[in-house]
Design a protein around this ligand. Structure first.
Ligand code: FES
Length: 122
């Protein structure tokens, strides 16, 4: 089971999606499929425009991830990852607070995905 709640100032209200097995692609793919307006450009981890904050809502520890060098470097360039988060990702496979939506896969856990935006859509 995975409930993914999208939250942004650019949306009038939060939107929670129940991601079934077939939806287990990236956060960006899930968002696009449901017309959630996460900004994006390259779709391949190169531009950083899809950066989101991921909040884990279940009490269990987040699923381990293998943060790629590409994503780590982009998050570093954006100032969205700390040295401690890099260490925790490299040592314990723990995800940092910010991720690139195009590189972050939906897992079997409830999360909130927070992304920027300044325009409230009707
Ligand atoms: Fe470019 Fe995700 S869309 S890094």
């Amino acid at each position: 089971m995975a409930n993914v709640t999208f939250r942004s100032p650019s949306m009038a209200k939060d939107i929670t999606l129940y991601a079934v097995a077939g939806d287990r692609g990236t956060l960006l793919a899930l968002a696009k499929a449901h017309k959630i307006p996460i900004p994006f450009d390259c779709g391949d981890g190169n531009c950083g425009s899809c950066v989101v904050e991921v909040e884990h809502l279940t009490k269990n520890a987040p699923y381990g991830i293998a943060l790629t060098e590409k994503e780590k470097e982009m998050l570093r360039q954006l100032g969205k990852i700390t040295a401690a988060e890099i260490e925790n990702a490299e040592t314990n496979d723990m995800p940092p607070r910010h991720r690139l939506a195009c590189q972050c896969f939906v897992r079997n856990e409830d999360i909130a995905v927070i992304f920027p935006g300044d325009e409230v859509l009707p």
